[in-house]
Design a protein around this ligand. Structure first.
Ligand code: DGL
Length: 266
């Protein structure tokens, strides 16, 4: 596999762009291919088999584009599919999970809130994460109903999105958490709304930068880091008609993009 091959990144929608941004900063000369599976979101409300099947379709597509590594820029898809994908494919597959461990380390009160989808919170992988790290701390979970849909439909800076975020944060804030984990890649786009609601004394943990570092480590370990000295390119695919997603991506990345329709297997 040549080191000049691209890195494949996918999510159910635009959430994974919050990870792509960190990858771009960490690895400026790598070529990136991004897939938004918008026709099938929210993953958070789907069962394991459904997400696994979509993750396989997308991974196959990325492999057909000769990627050298795949980043599952989605906590929900990682919880449902990372193990099986790693068993099926040889290339490095980088997944992500809610930053419970760093949150517990940072928390002074021992009260931590995890914001994530039902799909992430109900999966065995998350329960194991809590068992392994929550020792002595209280972890309060918040299945953020409708956040992903609101961010996809209305954007990250919309009154309706703000109402949904604010309403569902209240109960968890009232419990006295001092650290909040963004356990879904869509949520960094509403980090400011969350911070406005939570106030300055509450820390907010986003695992996007750690995922970009882990990707760099994996590429380096496999001798796959690009040796290019010029800025890398980005290409985008979407499983739903691209028009609306194109606007969202352009507004989030602040550059014009060309979005292509994801081909589905026959
Ligand atoms: N962005 C995804 C995550 O990190 C989930 C979005 C969805 O529910 O589709 O979990």
């Amino acid at each position: 596999m040549p080191s000049e091959a691209a890195i494949g990144i996918f999510d159910s929608g635009i959430g994974g762009l919050s990870v792509l941004k960190h990858i771009r900063t960490q690895l400026p000369n790598e070529n990136l291919l991004y897939v938004s599976d918008r026709a099938h979101l929210p993953y958070g409300e789907k069962d394991k088999q459904y997400i696994l099947q979509r993750s396989r379709v997308i991974t196959q597509f990325l492999i057909s584009k000769n990627v050298k590594a795949v980043v599952i820029a989605c906590n929900t898809a990682t919880a449902a599919a990372v193990k099986e994908l790693r068993e099926s494919y040889q290339l490095p597959i980088i997944g992500m999970e809610p930053g419970v461990k760093p949150a517990i380390l940072r928390s002074r009160s021992g009260m931590v809130g995890v914001l994530a989808t039902h799909g992430t919170l109900n999966r065995h992988k998350f329960k194991t994460l809590l068992q392994d790290h929550a020792d002595g701390s209280e972890v309060i979970i918040c299945p953020c109903d409708g956040w992903v849909e609101a961010i996809e439909q209305n954007g990250h800076d919309h009154q309706t999105t703000r109402q949904i975020v604010s309403q569902q944060l209240q109960p968890i804030l009232e419990r006295g958490v001092d650290t909040l984990v963004l356990g879904c890649t869509h949520y960094p786009f509403v980090k400011k709304m969350i911070a406005d609601e939570a106030g300055p004394d509450i820390s907010i943990i986003d695992t996007g930068p750690a995922v970009a570092k882990q990707l760099q480590r994996q590429l380096s370990a496999h001798n796959l880091l690009s040796e290019a000295t010029t800025p890398g390119s980005e290409a985008f695919w979407c499983s739903a008609p691209p028009r609306q997603t194109q606007k969202r991506i352009e507004s989030l990345l602040q550059v014009p993009v060309r979005l292509q329709l994801l081909p589905e297997p026959k």
